[in-house]
Design a protein around this ligand. Structure first.
Ligand SMILES: NC(=O)C1=CN([C@@H]2O[C@H](COP(=O)(O)OP(=O)(O)OC[C@H]3O[C@@H](n4cnc5c(N)ncnc54)[C@H](OP(=O)(O)O)[C@@H]3O)[C@@H](O)[C@H]2O)C=CC1
Ligand SMILES: O=C(O)C1=N[C@H](C(=O)O)C[C@H](O)C1
Length: 250
């Protein structure tokens, strides 16, 4: 069987360099291009890439994806900074290239995906929910893509269940003291040397709290998700948001 022809964009970065090694080590894949900043996107088409793994920066991802989708190259995207407006633009490109698939995964680690799933399940049972995400200080965006997605899932589950807004008697506060408001869920971002990527989802109700915590300790934790995404996206046209859709979680 022929190998899947995979390229990595952002190949010199923290996660990109790990992804290069993971693709090279996968028996069913061939690394056909490894692009850094300033490299020509045409390298992807010249190399015959079927899938591009995009791990760059929120300022770069849109231009890279537009090129990929326009040229029928499937995308596996870990880069963060997604907004409704950006997703709408991406969907417009995908509409014009209907056999192309793009997976955007706010987090490729299985533990983080499960954290989001468990948080969504727990959301309707507790009056209060807050998120603390903790990352290395080189991270460009806050709150993290994972925390934003987790908050959106919690908010949607609470809305579906008819939960009222969370209790919060704060009337005076320093700016930022109550975190960022993501669909009514406060999200607090810590940036600390020594950390990689960590998240606590805190739920509270009368007489009890529930904390779901996940820790990414090494970039290798993202690799099984990236490789799975590359294998599945080639047969999944359109936009898939979240690795959970490829995990058969039930
Ligand atoms: N979904 C997930 O599971 C994960 C997602 N991420 C996300 O991935 C992204 C990258 O993170 P991280 O590796 O820590 O960041 P880094 O800054 O370490 O790496 C990004 C790399 O991309 C390069 N780059 C920037 N723009 C381009 C471009 N247009 N073309 C090619 N290369 C480019 C950078 O080059 P230069 O240094 O010259 O700027 C750098 O080498 C972030 O958005 C992060 O949040 C990270 C981990 C897991
Ligand atoms: O920048 C990072 O490091 C990470 N970014 C992603 C995010 O914003 O959620 C995934 C993970 O948290 C690591």
């Amino acid at each position: 069987m022929s190998k899947l022809r995979v390229a990595v964009i952002g190949a010199g970065g923290r996660i990109g360099s790990e992804a290069v090694r993971a693709v090279e080590a996968a028996d069913d894949m061939e690394l056909v291009a490894a692009l850094g900043r300033g490299d020509k996107l045409e390298t992807l088409t010249e190399a015959g890439a079927q899938v591009a793994v995009e791990l760059t920066h929120p300022d770069s991802v849109m231009e890279n994806l537009e090129f990929c989708v326009r040229n029928g190259i499937h995308g596996v995207v870990g880069t963060t900074g997604w907004t409704e407006e950006r997703l709408a633009r991406l969907n417009t490109w995908l509409d014009a290239s209907p056999s192309t698939g793009v997976l955007i995964a706010p987090n490729f680690s299985i533990g983080a995906v499960l954290t989001m799933t468990f948080a969504r399940q727990a959301a309707r049972f507790f009056e209060s929910a807050e998120i603390v995400e903790l990352h290395h200080p080189n991270k460009a965006d806050a709150p993290s893509g994972t925390a934003t997605r987790t908050a959106q899932l919690i908010a949607a589950a609470r809305h579906e269940a008819g939960c009222p807004p969370q209790p919060d008697a704060t009337t005076t506060a320093l700016e930022g003291a109550r975190g960022a408001d993501v669909d009514g869920v406060p999200v607090h971002a810590v940036r600390l040397r020594g950390l990689l990527a960590h998240q606590e989802v805190l739920f509270g109700d009368t007489g009890e709290t529930l904390t779901i915590r996940h820790d990414s300790l090494h970039h290798s934790c993202f690799m099984p998700g990236i490789l799975l995404g590359a294998r599945r996206v080639v047969a999944t046209p359109g936009l898939t948001f979240g690795l959970e859709h490829f995990l058969d979680l039930g």
